[in-house]
Design a protein around this ligand. Sequence first.
Ligand SMILES: Nc1ncnc2c1ncn2[C@@H]1O[C@H](COP(=O)(O)OP(=O)(O)OP(=O)(O)O)[C@@H](O)[C@H]1O
Ligand SMILES: [Mg+2]
Length: 593
Amino acid sequence: MSVNSTLKSRQVFSGKNLSLLAPVFRRYRLRLILGFTALLGVDSFQLLTPRFIKRAVDALETGKASNALLLQCAGYILLLALGIACCRFLWRYLIIGFSRLLERDLRDRLVAHLLTLDSLFFQRHTTGELMALSSNDLAAVQLAAGMGLIASVDAMVMTLAALGFMAYINPTLTVIAVAPMPILAFSARFLSARLHRRFKRVQEQFASMTEFVRSTLSSVHLLKAYTQEQFQAEQFDRMGKDYIRHNLRLSVIQGLLFPFSGFIGNCSLLLVLFFGGRLTVQGTITVGDFVAFVSYLFMLTWPMTAIGWVTNLFQRGATSLSRIKHILEQEPELHDAVSSESFTVNSGTIRLNRLSFTYAGQADPALEDVNVVFKKGLVGVIGKTGSGKTTLCHILTRLYPVDEGVFFLDERDVNTLSLATVRATIAYVPQETTIFSETIQANIALGKMDASMEEIERVAKAASIHDEILAFGDGYQSRVGEKGVKLSGGQRQRIALARALLLDRPIVIIDDGLSAVDTETEHAILQQISSYLQGKTCIVISHRIAPLAEADEILVMDKGKIVARGDHQTLLAGNTFYATIYAHQTDSRARKG
Ligand SMILES: Nc1ncnc2c1ncn2[C@@H]1O[C@H](COP(=O)(O)OP(=O)(O)OP(=O)(O)O)[C@@H](O)[C@H]1O
Ligand SMILES: [Mg+2]
């Protein structure tokens, strides 16, 4: 389900969408008041200027123009121009600044909200889609709230005031001058509905392109290895062409709005030249009035043009705002228990009672009727690929919801405990290691930022990575990533293991966390960390039997079910799958040896 498919265009301008921005407007009200006062200053000074022009022209026409009078008019006009310049600087600084603050506020809210959402949400929305939202869409809202707001207020004030001054000169001529305007209003309304739809397409296409670039860059080595550069480039080119096509369709509408409003403005001018000229000849209005009238009409041309531009900005902003609002309205499906009581784990016993789990949109369950008790000590889990081992870990670390009466921690139903409480009792080494572009020290201390260097070194030694870290130029301060050291798969896994050991939590889950190191090293590491694991509930998942052989109990999984359980000897004697892979693994080791 994409952001757009759930949006109804009718909802775009609803007050609910705008209510999202209300707190920001309230917070920066002083800035806004000052900004709009400056804007009104610009408008008033602009509106006053033709009055002085009129005075000068009338004086010239009647032959009463003295040097002093002309100088006085010029002086006033200069003062007004200075006032316009100062006020224009002020409103730009204050109101464009406001729109940037609004953008920051919305971005912060978006990021903070995304961090509260769960795995289910991130399965439905691609990273590219969310990145497009926090770049293009936020920019569109910022533009609407800054320039859009200014232009609309400005256009409204200028229209009303210019019309007022024009009507003061001659009401009939004013009515004639504005006669073509309703055509403009109608066409702007008609075009803006199309504008909204086409802009939505453009944003959707941009989101797809962002996602494509992200996934291409993150797997660039693989694509090269498969010589897919050309294919990817062609695919991107096709997407780019589509993006251009959608943008051009949008430009057609935008392109129609501008010239059309300009054309209507010129029609008005034509009418004023003809009818106004006649009134001047007849002496109904003075030449000065005529010149001032034309000046006011020119002032009206800008708001008329602005109608198209502002409609455009607001449509884009509103479309983007509703996309952002849609995300902000998403609730985590994994409900957090509201519990103020503090909970400390005693025995660290996990009990699963008839646990079944099916991924959304999947027909077969990933876990089915799993009954197990994990107590202090080591439990190994083995099973074919896709048998549900990682899914089990994700349930244990509370990444997916469970029904009541299924998952107990220290005999407490986990649904009565907050997610953070449960997660804080578990040190988890996931199957897919994530290393951040940070120093090695920061990577190890991820869950315990204030850990001392001694603690960090101790866990690194236990995970057999200390010596390799020292061999990097800057030791623990070496940065990992593009501009820093490159880590091997095994090194990454051992850093992830050290990270989990540092947490010293009562439950430890290692999901195939040493698959990239050789069997001997894996065995050695598990021996070294055994002192860390003393008195803890440990669940170790592996495709190799050797590290599990000493476990108190080993679970064999197949198609989401626990199909056998027992210690090494029992399974060897009673489970064909276990006995077969054991024979296979010992055989290949013997051959290697
Ligand atoms: N996010 C997901 N959405 C839908 N189905 C999923 C998802 N993750 C896993 N599955 C499916 O659930 C089943 C169990 O997957 P899981 O990752 O738990 O297996 P596993 O035992 O950890 O496998 P491996 O040994 O390869 O790590 C598989 O059939 C897989 O295709
Ligand atoms: Mg797995």
